[in-house]
Design a protein around this ligand. Sequence first.
Ligand SMILES: Nc1nc2c(ncn2[C@@H]2O[C@H](COP(=O)(O)OP(=O)(O)O)[C@@H](O)[C@H]2O)c(=O)[nH]1
Ligand SMILES: [Mg+2]
Length: 343
Amino acid sequence: MEVGIVGLPYSGKSTLFRALTENKVPVKEKEINSGAAMVPDERVDALAKALNSKKVVYASINVVDMPGVDPKDRKSTSALLEGTRSVDALIHVVRAFENDLVPHPLGRLDPVEDATVLDIELVFADMEMAEKRLQSKKLPEEEKLLLQKAQTVLESERLLCYSEMEEAEMEMLRKMGFVTARPQIYVLNVDESVEEGLVEEFSDFAKNNARPFLVVDAELEAEIASLDPMDRQAFLEEYGIEKPAVVRLAQAVYDLLGLQSFLTAGEKESRAWTIRKGATAFEAAGVIHSDIARGFIRAEVVDWQDLIRVGGWKEAHQAGLVRLEKKDYVIREGDVLYFRFHV
Ligand SMILES: Nc1nc2c(ncn2[C@@H]2O[C@H](COP(=O)(O)OP(=O)(O)O)[C@@H](O)[C@H]2O)c(=O)[nH]1
Ligand SMILES: [Mg+2]
């Protein structure tokens, strides 16, 4: 899974990227930065402790930090498109902090207006792409009709994803690289001096636009993310942050894209994996390895809390807590799976 961070220049995109990737990826200002964000998961930690796992592996999300879209410099949008080709969703960062050292590119603080300006820039970028594609000589009729339909939406200054386009059409447009065919999550980047009215106004705006919305202090979270993991919790608590941005954002992305996690646990490692909601045990096996899916016999399934309570697989079997499920079993959030397979 991959998400792309978009926004106006100096909204805090790279700062959020640093927070999400724990400052482990060097950031270049005018380039596309890409790296993995590990999603801390207390269930995995607890499983690893209970089962003495040698390794802990969290689910990860690939994050792409895009150069800022400058409304005064249209050329930058083509660079942006390059980075968004493969992403499943966009994190739309909106500036809500004052900082005299880094002036706002439009010289004022107005998150709602900024979000609207950026959306229009994305619409322009997609219009350009639609025009370019329509110029191609050997365009199949079906594709031409789809592109014209997309053009009509874009010309009315609407984003493809929030229009009457159907999901199958959207899927094709995403494959072609249209940036507005990707769903968005707003991140309002605040600092501690932000006025409540500003947050409320933006919250209403997000609701009206049917987009999930998080308030993040990116700079503070980037600083906390550079601390030793053991020290982070205390700082988060001190600043009244219940969960780090990466956890909140991952949850929002999962909800937005209809994803969930399943777990595996043993002596070797305890681990969280990402899968779509409604996925079967067979699909889960395939996420781990194609051989496990191919040779699938049965999945042993136990709830993570049950497994921790009894202390291991053997004990869980003895207590009758482990179910044997077939290929078509539908995975539930919190399931710990062990696959029996034969290749
Ligand atoms: N005061 C303040 N400064 C911030 C905050 N977030 C980012 N900045 C600063 O704003 C500048 C631009 O941030 P950056 O992440 O590079 O923005 P980008 O252009 O969107 O990638 C940097 O100097 C950051 O330190 C914030 O919440 N408060
Ligand atoms: Mg940047």
